[in-house]
Design a protein around this ligand. Sequence first.
Ligand SMILES: [Zn+2]
Length: 481
Amino acid sequence: MSETNPPPQHANHIASQESLRRSALTSEFKRSLRNQTWTFIRNVAAAPRRGHWILGGSVVLLTVLVGVIMPTFASATRSDSAGTALTTMQLPLPPLPASASADAAIASLAADGSNEPDWKIAVVKAGQSLSDIFREQGLGPGDLQRAVDAQADATALRRIRPGDEFAFDIDASGSLRALRFDRSDAARVTLNFATGTVTESVQDRALERRVEVAHGVINSSLFDAGDQAGMSDLMTLRLANAFGYDIDFAQDLRQGDSFSVIYDQVYRDGERLHGGDIIAATFTNQGKRYTAIRFTNAKGETLYYTEDGRPLRKAFLRTPVEFTRISSRFSAGRMHPVLGKMRAHRGVDYAAPSGTPIRAAGAGKIIYRGKQGGYGNVVILQHQGKFTTLYGHMSRFAAGKVGQHVSQGQVIGYVGMTGLATGPHLHYEFRLAGKHRDPLTVTLPKEEPLPASELARFNKGSGVLLARLKMVDAVHLARRD
Ligand SMILES: [Zn+2]
């Protein structure tokens, strides 16, 4: 608990921990989505302390978050601002592979055109189930069951969302002839009930990715700068996410910082469907220039890399929980709050409300999951052979079994006070080759750069992108002078 005379270097760790606070980002982010009022980094120069930790160092968690929110978010994003024309320009770039060929889609449309059924379209309203919609069409649960049974993967029918469309072809006697719906952005399914057995046909709908370029300068906030550059808020979040391991967007951002981005948008039938990905970007923060290039490595992982082919991602998160304060530090001897005896404290205690998600600090394997004396409910992960991390006092575990693999940032349990604890907190330990290290100060291992065998392919793609980014920077620099 309270420490007497912390060694001088602790002051730095406290400061760096401030910057790593993972705070209430999740709820704050969801709230700001609802209200459309962006509170992060609203005011770079004069933001009060509290405002600062709203974004915290949590951008690394955004990947998870964006994945969860994406479907509703797509419709919540603001339409392109009027300033787009000024700040966005089309540059000739190599075409990106579309997920389906346009020719095939046109051919299938032409084939279908002649005997197109008379579709009645039903749009899913909030709170409606698919059986409600079937009932509205005068159809019974038997019809719905046949539709579900007819498909190997009926997820599209089980998880419907407001706005989804279902088209019904019903004959004069009121029986279902055909049902049409979208399984994904690119696949439209038609189930034919006319014959005894249900037949399924899938139409690939050509998706097109259009590449855009944007440049922004920070005046008041990252989101304002993104907005002025014609980027959606989601794309701005993705930009922050790409650089989140190197730049603390809550505390490090300064007026005059700038970014250049190449990203894409997904179009279908000439209409913008949703934002795509950041393909490459540079971010200049306090005079230091960072580069991120999206690349799919030989293992099939798509990551962001530096110009020389090193992943921006780090092997470990410094802090595995959104905590409110550090309640106890790593030390050789401290008075144990429950036992009342001097004991070494071989980890860090992060105070956080009961139920706060605890995340795997790095990708690894669960090697222990259960009760262990004073630790209460504990999970131990093994990473890259010689590292282990331990998470104690959990109120409950997330899904997972011993031997199972977890990815970095994956929720493995929830903060509690099982075992010997005076309040809800996470007890976190970091061990290197079995030896305890201070999680706040240990030098975290770097991710390996791309091997030489992959570097040639990487350089070929990145060269073009870097040249474009340099051009964007130059154009805007000239404009500012
Ligand atoms: Zn502890």
